[in-house]
Design a protein around this ligand. Structure first.
Ligand SMILES: [Zn+2]
Length: 106
């Protein structure tokens, strides 16, 4: 189910337009209210992190183009011990950049 949602939200590379090979989708994190997944374009190698949040009215999806690899994203998320203010700022920017590709799925 989680990968299905990812497929709905993101079908083509936002950079080069190549259709995604969805077998390459990496599911990074999932729970009842939220999923985070990662795609890497097989053509131009652009990484896209995709976050979907389940709302009472539907689902909000946010895709962010990133040059981070999937494991680097997880390191950001899980590295609570030695997180610095610049890391927080970086993560904040990272999440904010997605606004122009905001999609809503009912
Ligand atoms: Zn591409």
């Amino acid at each position: 189910m989680d990968n299905l949602i990812s497929k709905k939200l993101l079908q083509k590379c936002p950079v080069c337009g190549e259709n995604y090979n969805h077998s390459k989708v990496k599911l990074l994190e999932a729970n009842d209210s939220y999923i985070l997944s990662y795609f890497k374009c097989q053509k131009c190698e652009t990484g896209v992190a995709m976050k979907a949040v389940f709302m009472p009215t539907g689902m909000i999806g946010q895709a962010v183009i990133t040059d981070l690899e999937a494991d680097e994203i997880m390191r950001f998320k899980n590295n609570n011990e030695s997180i610095t203010s610049s890391d927080v700022l970086y993560m904040y920017d990272f999440m904010k950049q997605g606004e122009d590709v905001l999609k809503e799925i009912k």
